[in-house]
Design a protein around this ligand. Structure first.
Ligand SMILES: [Zn+2]
Length: 116
């Protein structure tokens, strides 16, 4: 029982990795940031995070999001490679590829509540 469950999770993790890597390589053609490592995690409270070393982390539940929201998450973490904060300059970076990011951010918050 335990093994079967773990396998299932690994499968989801792989799905999430494929999705994130595909979209990242596409979106990063625009930004050209240097990505160090991509990790897929099973965090309860976060969709994603970024470290100053250039590591991007994503929640595997990204596979359940509609493409618009998944792209926003990926752009958000990717832009932290340029600005490791939520300053005006950071949001200006995000808006270059997602002009209506505020609307999407709000929608994502609602989904987030449902997921938890
Ligand atoms: Zn952020």
């Amino acid at each position: 029982m335990k093994i079967a469950r773990r396998r299932f999770t690994t499968q989801k993790r792989e799905m999430a990795r494929t999705l994130v890597e595909n979209r990242l390589s596409y979106i990063n053609k625009f930004y050209n940031f240097k990505i160090n490592r991509i990790a897929i995690k099973n965090t309860v409270t976060r969709w994603g995070s970024c470290s100053s070393k250039g590591n991007l982390n994503f929640n595997y539940k990204i596979i359940y999001l509609k493409p618009e929201l998944a792209d926003y998450l990926i752009v958000h973490e990717l832009c932290h490679l340029g600005e490791l904060n939520h300053s005006k300059r950071f949001w200006a970076l995000v808006s270059k590829t997602i002009p209506d990011y505020q609307k999407i951010n709000k929608e994502l918050r609602r989904v987030h509540i449902k997921l938890i």
